[in-house]
Design a protein around this ligand. Structure first.
Ligand SMILES: NC(=O)c1ccc[n+]([C@@H]2O[C@H](COP(=O)([O-])OP(=O)(O)OC[C@H]3O[C@@H](n4cnc5c(N)ncnc54)[C@H](OP(=O)(O)O)[C@@H]3O)[C@@H](O)[C@H]2O)c1
Length: 314
């Protein structure tokens, strides 16, 4: 059964980049959202302006906490993900947590479960990120719930995504040596990703489907970083380096609060992150190109984002 408008939804991992875009789309349909966080104070200002959104402090790794959180919701959406960490941290955040969420949904009789995976997720993938995402997908497929899995390539949009990350880096770096420079990716707009999640609540045809979410254009990582530099007014020479050097570089960068690359990311870049079949036709719309959004992203964003950034400074 489609989830009716205004039904309460639990969004785990809903306080981040994708979650903020998704929350904005869900509240326009009248949904009441529960968004647990490890640190409500850190995130609440980006989401607090949205009507019907409740951000709470909760340790969602605790099955007892999940057993209290899940009942009363019409659907559970799991967006939790990390990009950097040890193999154990990836398993903890992606595999073990997914298992606990599925168990809580089964126990509470909440059947609709939407799962955020990633393009390239594969139990035999080249990185811990990909392998743990692949293991989590297997749990979802075996869950017996009414599930949909989304597997996006790199996601761009307002907020903390690769565009702002590389634009800031390019301001400071005179040259950009890149591991995986020839890896190809197919960036997809965060609003298209969020819209796909909304569609999976409302359309039973999307149940039991694992769908790759990709944009209309394919770039090598090198071309993508060069394009961002040019558009941001900081064109820099971008060149490839071997993976072993990339891992040394990533090791050094990992001390930064927001490292642009980790050793595990270098391993992910051993494979292309594209789907030549393109955006799923079953979703029924054309995805938006990075080129159409890039100027807005680099111009400082929407009025609401500028307001939030001013608010943060105050
Ligand atoms: N961004 C991309 O380009 C991209 C591409 C493909 C797939 N994805 C997937 O999309 C999902 C969302 O990505 P995003 O870019 O929105 O990430 P994000 O901005 O870093 O947000 C991550 C979310 O997960 C929660 N979280 C992180 N680690 C956690 C942990 N150990 N335990 C519990 N909660 C944790 C965070 O909550 P609190 O910090 O509030 O607790 C936050 O709400 C992830 O699953 C990611 O793998 C992203």
């Amino acid at each position: 059964m489609p989830i009716p408008r205004c039904a309460p939804i639990l969004v785990l991992g809903g306080t981040g980049f994708v979650g903020t875009a998704l929350a904005a789309q869900l509240v326009t349909r009248g949904h009441e959202l529960t968004l647990p966080s490890r640190d409500r104070e850190k995130v609440k200002e980006d989401l607090i302006l949205l009507p019907g959104v409740t951000v709470i402090d909760a340790d969602i790794h605790d099955p007892a906490v999940l057993a209290e959180l899940v009942p009363g919701h019409a659907a559970v959406i799991n967006l939790v993900g990390i990009l950097h960490g040890t193999p154990a941290a990836f398993r903890h955040a992606h595999v073990e947590l997914t298992g606990k969420i599925i168990a809580a949904a089964q126990a509470a009789g909440v059947r609709r479960y939407l799962h955020m995976s990633a393009l390239g997720a594969d139990v035999a993938g080249t990185s811990s990120y990909q392998r743990s995402k692949g293991e989590a997908e297997a749990l979802v497929r075996a869950s017996g719930l009414d599930w949909t899995i989304y597997r996006p390539s790199l996601i761009f949009g307002q907020g903390r995504c690769f565009v702002s990350l590389f634009a800031n880096l390019l301001k400071l770096a005179p040259v950009v040596p890149l591991a995986g420079a020839n890896a190809r990716m197919q960036p997809v707009w965060v609003e298209d990703v969020a819209r796909a999640f909304v569609a999976a609540l409302e359309d039973d045809a999307l149940l039991g489907q694992s769908l790759n979410l990709v944009g209309p254009d394919i770039y090598t990582l090198q071309a993508l970083v060069s394009r961002i530099g040019a558009a941001a007014g900081h064109p820099r020479p971008v060149f490839g380096i071997p993976n072993w050097l990339g891992k040394l570089q990533a090791g050094a960068l990992q001390i930064l609060p927001r490292p642009p690359m980790s050793r595990d990311n270098v391993d992910s870049l051993k494979r292309d992150n594209i789907d030549p079949a393109g955006f799923p036709t079953v979703l029924g719309w054309q995805p938006t190109a990075l080129e159409a959004i890039l100027p807005t992203l680099l111009a400082g964003g929407r009025v609401r984002d500028r307001f939030l950034s001013l608010r943060r400074r105050v």
